[in-house]
Design a protein around this ligand. Structure first.
Ligand code: THU
Length: 132
């Protein structure tokens, strides 16, 4: 169970990070924040490219930052967009590599939105347990 203080901090971090989004082509700015088992918080933004297909989503950038720091498990996620949009399929899959059925808050730039969970977003997922 995530405290409301921590939830607010996670959401605020995602929305603050969103200001650094590099989205000159789509103009759809995304900020993400992941909370780790040991209470750390990692943020990411979408980074687009003039070679459009090289764009990387905010959620994956947050996860890759976390893994680069040697941290392995996610306990909650927040994603901040202009319209509380939902993570793409690729990001759901990458989040599921490092998280169980954790809470996911999808919010707009005022912090309003909804709470869901990772397995609601990605039911019956393929994961590391299938590769033993
Ligand atoms: N985007 C994300 O950052 N996360 C998602 O889960 C969906 C899409 C970005 C990619 C691109 O820069 C912009 O949003 C429009 O697709």
């Amino acid at each position: 169970m995530i405290s409301s203080d921590l939830r607010d901090k996670l959401i605020q971090s995602a929305c603050e990070a969103r200001q650094n989004a590099y989205a000159p082509y789509s103009h759809y700015r995304v900020g993400a924040a992941v909370l780790t088992e040991d209470g750390r918080l990692y943020t990411g933004v979408n980074v687009e490219s003039a070679s459009y297909g090289l764009t990387v989503c905010a959620e994956r950038n947050a996860v890759y930052k976390m893994v680069s720091e040697g941290i392995g498990r996610i306990t909650a996620v927040a994603v901040c967009t202009e319209n509380a949009g939902s993570p793409c399929g690729a990001c759901r899959q990458v989040l599921a590599e490092f998280a169980g059925d954790v809470p996911v808050w999808l919010v707009d730039d005022k912090g309003n939105g909804r709470e869901t969970t990772l397995y609601t977003l990605l039911p019956d997922h393929f994961g590391p347990e299938h590769l033993t």
